[in-house]
Design a binder for this molecule. Structure first.
Ligand code: HPA
Ligand code: ZN
Length: 350
């Protein structure tokens, strides 16, 4: 309908998408065939013999431990599925096609600029070189800019379930590719892994002129403590952005702090459906909006969230928060204002 057309036509900036989370079953199957790999789920030893079986596996991803219901023994967690996908990313061509597929998908949704996350530790630990990974991304980024009109800069995330020392080593190893990287993030399993563990490397990155952000996942048991760290101390005086952090909506003190410091947030509605009831999620998103907090809508891990990309997240939030087209235009503009592209690019999108 016409609402869809309005949202489709809005110029978009996507600020919270894990490039590895855009790995569809089709791509995974293709790369595995090409590289002669068997597709299997490590923990259970389940082997996928066809694309159809692999596709079915994407629909039974369980909520993460500690969230929601646990049922079938054969089910697996989001992280098992997500890191399972990493296994088939081996060659320059794999990384190139992964990124190119994302750029093509979102070009069709009028995305003009994006800042995808990547998780180098998930690749180096399997023996993939930085040149393979970054070379593939760089080649895709150049084609996307030239042929699709989609600009990209990358946010390197540290896996918070690994050590601060590993994060520091990866920070140093990234420096030869510094021109591609606009910021540093923090992702993976947040349970008992506060942002403060990574204080040193975030401070170093910030001093070096990189932007910094960190995930505060919805429903984490320490979420208010973690949001407070990200907002007030990460990198010395607080991050430039916060990823998720939706539970701040329950804390007047955090809302005030976020607003005062002008720290914008990225919100990825589809993913939250796995963790919290609908009537907890959308009133909180609405509350952030009504409190005048700047946030942007994004897709997070589209391939692992029923194939929902940024446009679908925008449609969902419009409907469930009863946002007007004008509100949606505001959210799209927020993303352009929040982004870490050079001023010239930002004003062009705005
Ligand atoms: N949360 C934390 N880390 C992640 C996610 C997520 O949803 N997706 C990819 N890495
Ligand atoms: Zn994320």
């Amino acid at each position: 309908d016409s609402n869809d057309k309005f949202l489709l036509d809005l110029p978009k900036v996507e600020l919270h998408v894990h490039i590895e989370g855009t790995l569809t079953p089709e791509l995974r199957w293709k790369f595995a065939q090409r590289n002669g790999q068997v597709l299997k789920l490590e923990r259970t030893g389940t082997v996928y013999h066809s694309l159809e079986q692999l596709k079915a596996s994407y629909t039974i991803i369980q909520p993460r431990p500690g969230h929601g219901i646990d049922n079938a023994e054969e089910s697996f967690t989001f992280f098992e599925a997500y890191y399972g996908g990493f296994e088939i990313l081996v060659t320059h061509q794999d990384f190139y096609e992964l990124a190119m597929h994302y750029f093509e998908r979102v070009a069709a949704m009028n995305v003009r600029h994006c800042e995808p996350f990547f998780d180098p530790q998930g690749h180096t630990r399997r023996g993939v070189t930085w040149d393979t990974m970054m070379g593939g991304f760089r080649a895709a980024q150049e084609v996307a800019e030239k042929n699709l009109g989609v600009l990209a800069s990358w946010i390197m995330c540290f896996l918070r379930d690994l050590t601060p020392q590993s994060a520091m080593e990866h920070y140093q190893a990234m420096l030869p590719y510094r021109d591609m990287v606009v910021g540093i993030g923090l992702d993976s399993d947040e349970n008992d892994r506060p942002p403060s563990l990574f204080a040193d490397v975030f401070a170093l990155a910030r001093e070096a002129g990189l932007h910094i952000t960190a995930h505060c996942d919805v429903g984490n048991k320490d979420t208010h403590k973690h949001i407070h760290q990200v907002v007030s101390t990460l990198g010395g005086s607080g991050a430039h952005r916060i990823d998720h952090g939706l539970n701040a909506a329950q804390s007047p003190e955090l809302l005030r702090l976020i607003k005062e410091k002008g720290i914008p947030m990225t919100i990825t509605p589809w993913g939250y459906l796995r963790h919290e009831p609908v009537d907890e999620i959308f009133p909180r998103i609405r509350a952030l909006y009504d409190a005048g907090i700047c946030f942007a809508i994004a897709s997070d891990d589209p391939a692992y969230m029923e194939d929902t990309w940024i446009l679908h997240d925008m449609l969902l939030v419009k409907k469930m928060c009863a946002f007007s087209n004008q509100d949606m235009a505001t959210l799209a503009r927020n993303a352009a204002e929040m982004c870490w592209a050079p001023e010239a690019v930002r004003t062009e999108i705005l």
